[in-house]
Design a protein around this ligand. Sequence first.
Ligand code: AMP
Ligand code: GLY
Length: 426
Amino acid sequence: MNILILGAGGREHAFAWKIRQSPRCGQLYVAPGNAGTAAIATNEPIAVTDFDAISALVLERRIDLVLVGPEEPLVRGIRNHFRSRPDLAHVLLVGPDAAGARLEGSKDWAKAFMRENDIPTARSATFTAPSLDEGLAYLRTHSLPVVLKADGLAAGKGVVIAASHEEAETTLRNMLGGQFGEASRKVVVEEFLAGIELSVFVLTDGRDYVLLPEAKDYKRVGEDDTGPNTGGMGAVSPVPFADVDFLAKVDERIVKPTVAGLQGAGMDYVGFLFIGLMNVGGDPYVIEYNVRMGDPETEVVLPRLRSDLVTLLEAAARKELAGVQPEVDPHTAVTVMLVSGGYPGPYEKGKVMTGLEATESVISFHAGTKLAAGNVVTDGGRVLALTGMGATLEEAAAKARAAAEKVDFEGKYFRRDIGTDLLAYL
Ligand code: AMP
Ligand code: GLY
C-alpha cells in the first residue's frame, strides 16, 4: 500500500524507517519531511495543517494510509476532514478525531475525563478569568510546590511548577491575563506528584489496543536534569523500574479505563495514545495524555518493535486490533539528541553537518535537517537523534554517545548523561 506520513521530525523519520522495512509498503511519502526522510521516501513540500493540499496529494498519489505524526493536525480535525469527504472515505487514517484529540488539546477536558473514568491523576481545579479571585484563594491554601497548567497547546511551555504561593499567584494572573493567548484562557491548578516519570504508548482502534514498549524521556536541556524544558534531549527503552507488576497496574488502572472511556464517550479514537505517568511509590498516576507518539520516544520505541508496523497501523485503522500481540526486542535502546547551540532559546540554522557517514553502529534519525546545495544542514533546534542498541543500558548509551561525538556542526550540543540515572534501578 502507498503510505503518507505527516510531519518533519525525528519521530517521522523513525516511522519512515520502520515502515520502509515492511514488505507491505509500496510508495512512501513524507510531508514535509527532512533530509533523513528524503533518503528513504519522497518528501512533499506541504504543511501538516494544509488539509486541502494533503487531500489533493492523497488522491493524486493514490495513498492508501495516512499516518499523522504531530498533534496539531489532529487537534484541528484532520480525521474529521477526511471523514467528511466521500472521495477520501476509502483512505485509512491513523490519528484520532478532534474530539479525541482534546485529551491533549485541553488539559481541563483531560482532567474531567480522568475524574469521570476513575483514572488515577493529581487532584486539580480549573480557573478562568472570571474566577481569578477564587483561584487566588485556592492557591493561598494549596500545598507546595503547586503545578499550574495552561489548558491548551502552548508549545511545551504551558506548565509551571511554582515553589512559593507568590510565584503561583503571579503565574495564575499572567496565564489568565493572556500569556499564552487562547491556550491559557483556562488554567488547571494541580497537586505536585513526587516520583519518577515514564511514558507508555498505546495503539488503539477505539475498542481494542496494543501496548508498545515504554520509554523515559529527558526533557531538561542540561545534564542532571537542569535548565529549561525542551522537546526532549534523549530517551531510553525499556525503563528498568517499569517491571511487570508496575506495567500491569498501568494497564489495569489507566490504559483499560482510558480506552473504555473514549469508546464510552462515542469517540472515533483510532491512533496512538501517549500516556505520561508518574510512578509514585510504585503506583502510576497520569501526568498528561498526548494523542500521538513522542519525540524522541519513537526513536527508541520503534527500534524495539519487531512486528511489522504497517500491519499494526492497518489493523488499527480497520478496527481489527483484537487479539494482536506485538513482538518486542528485549535489547535496550538509548537515543541521544544533537541540538543547535542556544536551543531551546534562539539558535542558528543552516550549519553544515559532517561525520554522518561515521554513525553505522547506531540508527540515525534526522530531526531538524534539510538538504542545501548537496549538503545536509541543520534546520531546527533538535537536529539529529542517534539511537544505540545493546544488550545492556550501558552498552546502548555508550554507542549513542560515541556516535554523538562523531557527527559535527557548528554549535552542536548534547547531553552525555542520557540513561545514567536509570543504572541505579538495574
Ligand atoms: P506536561 O506539559 O503536562 O507534560 O508537563 C510538563 C512536565 O511538568 C511533566 O513532564 C512533569 O515533569 C511536570 N509535571 C506536570 N504535572 C506534574 C505534577 N502534577 N506533579 C509533578 N510534576 C508535574
Ligand atoms: N518528548 C515529549 C513529547 O513528544 O511530547
